[in-house]
Design a binder for this molecule. Structure first.
Ligand SMILES: Cc1ncc(COP(=O)(O)O)c(C=O)c1O
Length: 414
């Protein structure tokens, strides 16, 4: 089917959850996606932070082929070869003790919320005073299922589905006084994204992260770090919290773990894990042999190819080039981010929309989030030459678009 017939069929047949861009990709290689007409696109979004090793990576292809020839599924009622090997790697890179494997970001975050409730229940049963409420951050995003959406700040994600899980209060981003004022023995967990993604690429401040850790230590509440977008190497360290030298009690990852094969994971301390016993939580597909085999290959490739160092180096170059661009264009009001998780904030939503659309027409894929922010989440294998191509195109597109920006609606994203 061609793009136009697919569009017509999807309009009729699919639940209308996304306003897709009118492009049909059929293959990919390295940092490029190829459309139905054989045109290549430089991908600076990697499927919203998923295709970390790009497209057609030999290690990923080898793992998929090998494992799909052996075994795809056993259920979590039995052992298979991949789970322990992957859990060993995840605990080594995170500094946490135990792993729950699942299929998506929101499922990992639901597991974190449930663990926090169960852990507080365990503390209560031993006489500690601790409640069931959560503190989450303004502009935070944790997913679309009922618990995740309850801890997600933007009203548009929550309100159509109310009542969502009760007992969530939002704290002003990076406002330590507000955090201290709202924290009490009613709180079972503080929810943070060390670098907010969907909220517009905002790193949390050291003071705020440290205060959250200190408050949780004082009461037994858990510090939950959602690293679904910022974790697993994206910022140039395995976990964004490692930039702060703070260990959360729980972290969640998903997007890039298995380079496009769906997978999520919740990692936690032994102390938190004591709250979960067999039968309390589970998943049919989570941690299946295929996803585990690919995730192992992804971690081993990131290590073998020194990709964390590469991300830091290319990310810094990208950041510097974006800052130079900002010095030339006063419509760029801020440049933010860590590693290859970068954003530039423009002075209008109309302009941001126009720039994202014009870049697509020039075969460069980015995304707009929080109305005014252009978000870059490229594959980890991005090179300086790709950054140069992107900067040249951005420069030209912004110069042309700033004169007359068209009205904008809001784009769907994750
Ligand atoms: C920080 C964060 N948490 C949770 C999610 C939800 O992940 P998923 O879409 O895999 O359910 C996302 C998705 O964008 C995210 O960025």
């Amino acid at each position: 089917m061609k793009l136009t017939s697919i569009q017509a069929a999807e309009n009729k047949l699919l639940l209308q959850t996304y306003e897709r861009n009118p492009y049909l990709f059929i293959s990919g290689q390295g940092v490029y996606l190829r459309d139905e007409n054989g045109q290549d696109y430089l991908d600076l979004l990697s499927g919203i932070g998923v295709s970390a090793l790009g497209y057609g990576h030999p290690a990923v292809e080898e793992a998929i082929t090998r494992q799909s020839n052996r075994l795809l599924h056993t259920s979590n009622l039995f052992f298979h070869e991949g789970t322990a090997e992957l859990a060993l790697r995840l605990t080594e890179i995170s500094g946490l003790d135990r792993v729950f494997l699942c299929n998506s970001g929101t499922e990992a975050w639901e597991a974190a919320l449930k663990l926090a409730r169960a852990h507080a229940g365990l503390l209560r049963s031993s006489g500690r005073k601790i409640g069931t409420k959560f503190l989450a951050l303004e502009h935070g995003f944790h997913g679309r299922s009922m618990g995740s959406v309850a801890t997600t700040h933007k009203a548009k994600y929550r309100e159509p589905f109310e009542p969502v899980m009760p007992g969530v209060e939002f704290v002003r981003f990076n406002d330590v006084d507000d955090l201290r004022a709202k924290f009490s023995e009613d709180i079972c967990a503080i929810c943070i994204e060390p670098v907010q993604g969907e909220g517009g690429i905002h790193p949390i401040s050291r003071e705020f992260f440290a205060a959250a850790r200190e408050l949780c230590d004082s009461s037994g509440a858990l510090l939950l770090a959602d690293e679904i977008q910022c974790g697993f190497g994206r910022t140039g360290k395995w976990f964004a919290y490692q930039h702060y030298d703070i260990l959360p009690d729980v972290t969640t990852i998903a997007k890039p773990i298995a380079n496009g094969i769906p997978m999520g994971a919740m990692l936690c301390t032994n102390a938190a894990a004591e709250a979960i016993t067999p039968g309390m939580h589970g998943t049919t597909f989570g941690g299946g042999p295929l996803a585990c085999a690919v995730a192992i290959a992804v971690i081993d490739t990131i290590k073998h190819d020194n990709l964390l160092e590469h991300i830091r180096e290319v990310g810094q170059y990208f950041h510097e080039e974006l800052s130079k661009l900002a010095a030339r264009h006063d419509c760029i009001v801020d440049v933010r981010g860590l590693g290859l998780m970068l954003g530039i904030e423009l002075n209008s939503a109309d302009l941001a929309k126009r720039v994202a659309t014009d870049l697509m027409e020039r075969h460069i894929i980015i995304n707009r989030t929080s109305e005014t922010v252009l978000r870059f989440l490229p594959p980890f294998i991005l090179e300086r030459k790709h950054v140069e191509t992107a900067i040249t195109a951005l420069d030209e597109v912004i110069s042309a678009a700033y004169v007359g920006a068209a009205p904008a609606g809001e784009q769907s994203h994750g």
